[in-house]
Design a protein around this ligand. Structure first.
Ligand code: F6R
Length: 605
C-alpha cells in the first residue's frame, strides 16, 4: 500500500526521506517519488519501479534541502508509471502533494476544474488535491486547505508543500493513517510510525478531520474549522532490532523464530496468582457480565485468529461468538448493541475495513476491545479498550508472529472472561494457564529441527492445488495454513472443514491431489480420520498433522507436533504450516517478504 514520509529539520532531507521510504518498502509499491524544498523551488524527482532507481536519479541531481516529502505508490487509479507516481503538483506549481487513500469524487472535481481551464498530467485521483488547493488559494494556505479538504469525499492522508511557505509541511487526514513524529529541532510525518522510529522519539496519530503544520521547531494541530488543538505524543515502541533481518535470510523466517519469545512475554506480562488477568479491561467486569453475544471482526489472518478465539471463548465462557470478516460486517447492518461487545483484531491497527467495522460498532453502542499490535494506531486509538499483542514490528507481508500473538491474546481474554463470569472453576483456569505457559517451549521444540518440513516442501513444491482440511481448532489452523501457502508461494489452495468435503468439494479430489489433514484435535481425531480415509480412497496424497504418538505412522504420512490440550492447538499446529509455506516459496524462488500484489497494511477498502 502507498506510504508517506516527510522531514523538516537541520539534516539532509534527501537521505532521511530515502531511508524512510526504504522502511516503507515492505508495504508493497510500484513507483516512488520525493519533493525537496530549497531556496529556489520545489524539486520533484519520481521513478517507476524499485526505490534504487529513485535513489540513483536523486544522486545525480545533488539537491540541497532540509525539508521534503516522499511517497511509495501502490497503484489504484492509473497505471504504475512515472506520470502517476507522487508527488503531484498544481498547474501553477504552487502546491505539491503526496497522498494515501482514495478521493471518491475526483472525477466530478476534475471535470469541473478542467472546465475552468486546469490541465491534468496524470490519471490519478490525487492530482485533484494540488489543483484544488491552487484554485482556492488567495494568499492563505490554511484557508485553501480547509476549502479543499472539506470538499473531498473518500479517504486521505496528504502532505503538502507550498512554494509560498518554505518552512512548513502541511498535512491533512481523513480515514487513512498519518503519524507526526517529534525529534530535537526536527520533525517527521509518516503513514507508518515504524518508518520514522529510528529518528523520532515520540509520535502522535492525527484524528480524522485534522490538519497539522510541521515546522522545524514547532508542530501545530487544527481541526477542519481551523480551531487549534492540543494532542498528546506517545513514545514510539519499536526497537532497532525489529528493523533488521539479523542472521535470517528473510524477515518472515526471523519472525517465525521470534514466536516462542513473543508468546512467553505476552503471557508473563498478564499472569497474576497463577491466573491470567488483563488489567487493560479490568473495569469492564459489569459489561462482560451483561454480554449476550460477542462479535469478533477482522480481516485475513486476523480473521483466522478470530476463528480460533471463537472456539475458546464459547468453550470457556459459554457466550455465543460470531466471527465476521470486516468488509462484510461493515455493510451488513449487524444487530450489535451495548450487550454485544465487539472485538476488533488487527496487527497493523490501520486496516481500513476493520476501522470502519469498529466505528460502526461504536455508533451502535457496543463497547469495542481492540486486539492490536501497532501502538499508537487508529484501531488502538479508537477502541474503548486495547489489548496489545506485543509482537514487535512485523515486516514480512505474510503475518506469522502477529497472527500467533493474536490467537494467544484471544485465549487470555477467554480465560479472563471465564474468571469474571465464573464459567470455569479456579482449578480449570489454573490448568489452562499452566498449559499456555508451556506453549513457548513446545514451539521452540518444533523450530529446533525443521529438516522434515524442508524435505516435505521439496516433494510438494511442484504441486498446484492443495486442500487443507480439519475440524474445530484444526479447521481454524487449516484456514490460516492455506492462506500462508497461497500468499507467499502463489500455489492455489483451499481450506475446508473436514466433515463438509463430502457435500460437494470432494468431487475435486483425484489421484495425487495434495491434502494436508490437520487432525491433532484429540476429541475429534477419529472423526477426522474417517474424512482422511474418504480422500485417500479417492487417490489423494495425504499428509496428516497430528500430535505425537496419535497416528499410526506406518499407515499414514504424518508430521507430528508436541502434545497439547485441544483448545490451544492452533498455537502449535500453525508453526509447521508457516515453515512449510516458507520453504515452498523459497524453493520456488518467490519474493517471500514482499509477495506480489500484496501490501502489509491494507489502508483502502
Ligand atoms: C496475511 C495477512 C493479512 C492480514 C490482514 C489484516 O498473512 O497478513 O491477511 O492478516 O490484512 O491485517 P491487520 O491484522 O493488520 O488488520
Amino acid at each position: 500500500m502507498c506510504g508517506i514520509i516527510g522531514y523538516n529539520g537541520m539534516s539532509n532531507a534527501e537521505n532521511i526521506l530515502i531511508k524512510g521510504l526504504k522502511n516503507l518498502e515492505y508495504r508493497g509499491y510500484d513507483s516512488s517519488g520525493v519533493a525537496l524544498m530549497n531556496e529556489d523551488k520545489i524539486h520533484i524527482v519520481k521513478s517507476e519501479g524499485r526505490l534504487a532507481f529513485l535513489e540513483q536519479k536523486l544522486k545525480s541531481k545533488n539537491i540541497l534541502s532540509d525539508m521534503g516529502i516522499g511517497h511509495t505508490r501502490w497503484a489504484t487509479h492509473g497505471k504504475p508509471n512515472e506520470a502517476n507516481a507522487h508527488p503531484h503538483t498544481s498547474q501553477d506549481r504552487k502546491f505539491t502533494v503526496v497522498h494515501n487513500g482514495i478521493i471518491e469524487n475526483f472525477p466530478i472535481i476534475r471535470k469541473e476544474l478542467e472546465k475552468k481551464g486546469y490541465k491534468f498530467c496524470s490519471e490519478t485521483d490525487t492530482e485533484v488535491i494540488p489543483q484544488l488547493l491552487s484554485y482556492h488559494y488567495h494568499g492563505d494556505i490554511k484557508d485553501a486547505m480547509q476549502k479543499t479538504f472539506v470538499s473531498l469525499e473518500g479517504s486521505f492522508a496528504a502532505a503538502i508543500l507550498c512554494k509560498d511557505d518554505k518552512d512548513t509541511i502541511y498535512v491533512a487526514k481523513k480515514a487513512s493513517p498519518l503519524a507526526v513524529g517529534r525529534g530535537n529541532r526536527e520533525n517527521f510525518i509518516s503513514s507508518d510510525v515504524g518508518a520514522i522510529a529510528e529518528y523520532a522519539e515520540e509520535a502522535v496519530f492525527l484524528d480524522d478531520g485534522e490538519f497539522a503544520e510541521i515546522r522545524k521547531d514547532r508542530i501545530s494541530f487544527f481541526d477542519f474549522n481551523l480551531k487549534e488543538k492540543e494532542k498528546e505524543f506517545l513514545k514510539i515502541a519499536i526497537t532497532p532490532e525489529d528493523l533488521t533481518k539479523g542472521k535470517y535470510e528473510h524477515f518472515m523466517l526471523k519472525e517465525i523464530y521470534e514466536q516462542p519469545e513473543k508468546i512467553k512475554n505476552l503471557l508473563k506480562s498478564k499472569i497474576k496468582n497463577n491466573k491470567i488477568f488483563l488489567d487493560e479491561i479490568a473495569e469492564l467486569s459489569l459489561e462482560i457480565m451483561k454480554a449476550e453475544k460477542i462479535y469478533i471482526v477482522a480481516c485475513g489472518s486476523a480473521y483466522h485468529a478470530g476463528l480460533a478465539g471463537k472456539i475458546a471463548i464459547e468453550e470457556m465462557c459459554r457466550i455465543p461468538v460470531e466471527v465476521d470478516i470486516a468488509s462484510e460486517f461493515r455493510y451488513r447492518n449487524p444487530p450489535v448493541n451495548e450487550k454485544t461487545p465487539v472485538i476488533i483484531i488487527s496487527q497493523s491497527g490501520e486496516t481500513a475495513d476493520s476501522i470502519a467495522a469498529l466505528r460502526l460498532a461504536n455508533s451502535k453502542g457496543s463497547f469495542v476491545i481492540g486486539i492490536v499490535n501497532v501502538l499508537p494506531s487508529t484501531i488502538a486509538n479508537e477502541s474503548d479498550y486495547v489489548i496489545p499483542t506485543k509482537a514487535g514490528r512485523e515486516i514480512a507481508v505474510a503475518t506469522t508472529k502477529g497472527y500467533l500473538t493474536q490467537v494467544c491474546a484471544l485465549y487470555m481474554l477467554a480465560l479472563h472472561i471465564a474468571d469474571i463470569r465464573k464459567t470455569l472453576t479456579d482449578e480449570s483456569i489454573r490448568f489452562y494457564t499452566e498449559e499456555l505457559l508451556q506453549i513457548p517451549d513446545k514451539i521452540s521444540e518444533i523450530l529446533s529441527d525443521t529438516s522434515e518440513i524442508k524435505t516435505l516442501s521439496q516433494k510438494y513444491s511442484c504441486k498446484n492445488d492443495f486442500f487443507f482440511i480439519g475440524r474445530n481448532t484444526d479447521f481454524a489452523v487449516a484456514s490460516e495454513a492455506s492462506l500462508k501457502l497461497k500468499e507467499i508461494s502463489y500455489i492455489n489452495s483451499s481450506a475446508y472443514p473436514a466433515g463438509e468435503l463430502k457435500h460437494g468439494t470432494i468431487a475435486l479430489i483425484e489421484k495425487d491431489t495434495p491434502v494436508f489433514a490437520l487432525c491433532a484435535n484429540e476429541r475429534l481425531f477419529k472423526k477426522t480420520l474417517s474424512n482422511i480415509e474418504e480422500v485417500i480412497s479417492r487417490g489423494a496424497d495425504v499428509l496428516c498433522i497430528s500430535q505425537k504418538g496419535q497416528i499410526d505412522k506406518e499407515k499414514y504420512n504424518a508430521l507430528e507436533i508436541p502434545h497439547c490440550t485441544d483448545i490451544f492447538l492452533p498455537l502449535l499446529e500453525i508453526i509447521p504450516m508457516q515453515l512449510f509455506a516458507y520453504f515452498v516459496a523459497e524453493n520456488k524462488g518467490c519474493n517471500i517478504d514482499m509477495p506480489k500484489n500484496l501490501a502489509k497494511s491494507v489502508t483502502v477498502e
